[in-house]
Design a protein around this ligand. Sequence first.
Ligand code: ADP
Length: 479
Amino acid sequence: MIKKGIRRQIVMHYFIVVFSTLLLAEVIFLLAIRSYYYDSIYSHITQHIKQVEEYQKFGTSSNEGKDDLGNLLMVYKLNYTEMQVLNIQGDVLINSSDFQPDVSIKTSDISQAQSGNIGRWVGRQPNTGEDVMAVSKMEQDNGRDSYIVRYVTSLEKVNAKLFNVTLIATAVAAAVLALVLAFSLGLANSIVKPLNTITAVSAQMARGKFNIRVKGNYKYELGELASTLNYMAQEIVRSNQVKDDFISSISHELRTPLTSIKGWSETINSGGYDPEETKIGMEIITKETERLIGLVEEILDFSKLQQNEMKVSFGRVDLKELLQEIMLNLWTKAEKRTIELRLDSVDKPLVEGDANRLKQVFLNLIDNAIKFSHENSAIDLFVSFEGNNVVVQVHDTGIGISEDHLVRVKDRFFQVDPLNGGTGLGLAISQQLVELHHGILLIQSELDVGTTIVVRLPRLLEAEESEIPQLPGAETTQD
Ligand code: ADP
């Protein structure tokens, strides 16, 4: 017995379909054969019975008539067939066999003959229990009484033949069914076995074993399922790795300012009381606290973006003005490393957006450019129009990014070197914020040559300009 499941379902489906088809075909075939045999016998007797019409000279009530019937029997009897002559009521007058004639016959062939047709009856002879066919026809004898000629032939041999044919047909059907069973079982196994393997592997994955993989060269949908599962495990491993990296980098990021804050607060608390030293300590505590707040905010922003809960208020933003403002913010940082910040912009590069969020994007991009540039270099900011877009390029000649790392830099928490500071969230957040503004962010970079980050945003045309407020309007949640 096959266990419940896909295997059983496939086998059962095939079995039921083939079994019913075979059954139907066999029934039709056997019925056709049976009616062919029976019809042949019937038409043979019918042809013969029609010739009796020619027999004219006899009577039914006299001795002479009885002799005539005898002659009739002599002339028209058929091999392997019993011939009877009956009066119109169905009483047997004379019979070709040695048996005592039946008194009266009431089978359906008689009534058909009485109504002028050639009657046919197939059934079991009451006295012998034999299967027979009876064919009867009424004959009119010019002016004299009518009579019925009846031929009765045994069907035993034909039935035996039919039984043999039925046996052969059943054997063929059984063989076909066995073949179908074997084939459907094979087919079911070819589906169920890989499924079982995949289920076993996914159960192991569910228990946390993500290094396990579905092995084997499966075809079609099963192949796709196996490779999707393998891909999923690979992605989980990767994202776990990214999370682990993030936790270690975030702990590092948190520990450094916390250590410094703790150190300075202990020093101040222990009563050093040198006002100058206390001032430096307090400044450091403030700076480190700000850094911590920045870090936590970045994490919060990212989490909001992930959950589509980032609030944005759209208005008219002039990207040239925005970049000039950012340059002022980052001037000191760039100065410290003698990095020149240059801006080359078209006039009025207007976009519709959230000024604070766009500032966050470009602050992050330019901050990265400063962080990863060599000393005594320059960072160029180009702003231009391209069709209906405003394109901002942040170009540096810094350390660049290798091809391998380039595909991953926009992944959350990814950092080429975690010791560089930062969270690895900046580019992921920037990318999502740009997408929130219906724009795109592209990174072009070559190791040791430099990096260009391209941000393309839909341009706000003059006609639309007046419809949009310069100051942020009502807050909306991202879609
Ligand atoms: P973070 O700067 O906080 O580490 P980002 O998501 O902004 O996170 O950047 C991810 C990584 O991409 C950085 O750690 C750095 O390795 C690389 N990267 C980003 N911008 C540049 C750049 N201008 N030049 C070289 N590498 C860069």
